[in-house]
Design a protein around this ligand. Structure first.
Ligand code: C2E
Ligand code: MG
Ligand code: MG
Length: 456
């Protein structure tokens, strides 16, 4: 038989154990089991408390969502255990590096979130984002190997970006989405302008997708001439899109958008098909120059896509030049090199476009196999007024001569520029002075006036 005191003691310990398990339950509900960090509920709780504390005198604070770049392929390649190990190491680093008073949580997958009570504005947010990005970029030790990762960040500042948890988190997600769209390791702080910019981009994306489906994106052609004679030797195809609602949209806007949103292949296919079909009606000795976007130079399927389009339209690869830019080659040099070799094997020539504007590396001219270099308009436009541009152009021409590359000067608008370039030994030129980009029918008229007459 138990005496009363014992009974009371048992009751007490039962109560205590109930209390323990309840607080355990509470902790579990607020904890991410893998990393031991808080979870989404913990973040909401933290944020609500912060808002309540500051109710009297609302001072801003920042929240942030971070997402690892390229985590999925690592998970697929090395397995879940390695993936989990990386997530734990990330959590460990984050806990160690965030400032006092800040909170870090994990919201599932490779997504982490933060509350920074002492970050009030954009520059502060960017600074802390950079610090965390650097901390995460150091290699992760998986025992038998090291892996590297980057992370993208989206910040939202209370109360400008939202007054309650859901709204603020949504703003941070919008900012993160933008960072992801811009590539790896980007940091975005939400603002109304950014939200509008994203909305516009999405509207533009929808309109462009429709335009591609409805075959409403067109190609125009601009002559490339021999400077000695002024006679066209080929044409560059330039994409044109005139939307009934949005009006004329520049390819400098919609081509990068199609790249970013992942449908550059569909756009480029339409354009190359139209361009090669139009070029069929030109004299055989004229070439077609077509711009490849940087995303296409990272896609191993590009060369075979191009071949199949040429096969379908029956266009001779020997008449095709593909224009690429330096930035395109920097991002994944090996893939780019392989694609270029495949293309050249088929007889297609490669031009380096906008030369001199990107992060030009002369080494690249040697490592990659090009046939032509196009000097950017920025130099040509200043050739008559600026000694430095003059010297740069001379040097490029001399260098290309030595390397056996042809040179095209872009953006020639005046006779005087054409004369100087000719004197410097530049063989080819392009620009409004010789002809603006015009549609396929007008290109045929241009040829009738300027080509057949002269060649007889
Ligand atoms: P880009 O390849 O360097 O093309 C030359 C740009 O300079 C064209 O602008 C052309 O219209 C313009 N231009 C030519 N001569 C002159 C001149 O004398 N003065 C001035 N001020 N401009 C001149 P556009 O058509 O707006 O194209 C802009 C860029 O968009 C192109 O630069 C190219 O990077 C991209 N792009 C255009 N079409 C395509 C395409 O079909 N595919 C891809 N991937 N990119 C394209
Ligand atoms: Mg070009
Ligand atoms: Mg160019």
């Amino acid at each position: 038989m138990l005496d009363r005191a014992q009974e009371r003691g048992m009751m007490l310990s039962e109560e205590a154990s109930q209390q323990v398990s309840q607080s355990e339950l509470h902790a579990m509900a607020y904890t991410d089991p893998l990393t031991g960090l808080g979870n989404r509920h913990r973040m909401r709780d933290k944020m609500r408390r912060l808002v309540a504390e500051r109710a009297e005198d609302p001072a801003p604070f920042a929240i942030c969502i971070a997402n690892l770049d390229g985590f999925k392929p690592i998970n697929d390649l090395f397995g879940m255990t390695a993936g989990d190990e990386i997530l734990c190491q990330v959590a460990h680093r984050l806990k160690a590096c965030i400032p006092d008073g800040a909170t870090v949580t994990r919201h599932g997958g490779d997504e982490f979130a933060f509350v920074f009570p002492l970050v009030f504005e954009r520059t502060g947010a960017e600074k802390i984002g950079q610090m965390i990005r650097d901390v995460l970029s150091a290699p992760y030790d998986l025992g038998d190997r090291n892996v590297r990762l980057s992370a993208s960040f989206g910040f939202a500042i209370y109360p400008f970006a939202g007054e309650d948890f859901e709204e603020l988190l949504k703003s941070a997600e919008t900012a993160l989405y933008r960072s992801k769209r811009r590539g790896r390791g980007q940091i975005t702080v939400y603002s109304v302008q950014i939200a509008q910019e994203m909305k516009r981009a999405t509207q533009l994306e929808q309109a462009l997708r429709n335009a591609i489906i409805n075959d409403a994106v067109d190609v125009h052609f601009q002559p490339i001439v021999a400077l000695k004679t002024g006679m066209p030797v080929g044409f560059e195809a330039l994409a044109r899109w005139n939307d009934p609602d949005l009006g004329f949209v520049s390819p400098a806007i919609f081509v990068p958008l199609a790249e970013e949103r992942g449908f550059i292949d569909a756009l480029s296919e339409t354009l190359l098909r139209k361009a090669t079909e139009a070029a069929h009606s030109w004299p055989r000795e004229l070439f077609l120059s077509f711009n490849l976007s940087s995303a296409q130079l990272m896609d191993p399927g590009t060369a075979s896509n191009i071949v199949s389009i040429l096969n379908r339209t029956g266009f001779d690869p020997q008449r095709l030049d593909l224009e690429i830019t330096e930035t395109a080659m920097m991002t994944s040099a090996e893939t780019a090199q392989r694609i270029l070799l495949e293309l050249r094997d088929m007889g297609i020539r490669i031009s380096l476009d906008d030369f001199g504007t990107g992060q030009s590396s002369l080494g690249r001219l040697r490592d990659f196999t090009f046939d032509k270099v196009k000097i950017d308009r920025a130099f040509v436009a200043r050739i008559t007024t600026d000694r430095a541009s003059e010297h740069i152009i001379k040097a490029i021409i001399a260098m290309c001569d030595g390397l056996g590359l042809q040179v095209v000067a872009e953006g020639i608008e005046h006779l005087e520029e054409a004369e100087i370039l000719k004197r410097f030994g530049c063989a080819l030129g392009q620009g409004y002075y010789f002809g603006k980009p015009v549609d396929a029918a007008a290109t045929l008229e241009f040829l009738n006036e300027r080509y057949y007459d002269q060649t007889g």
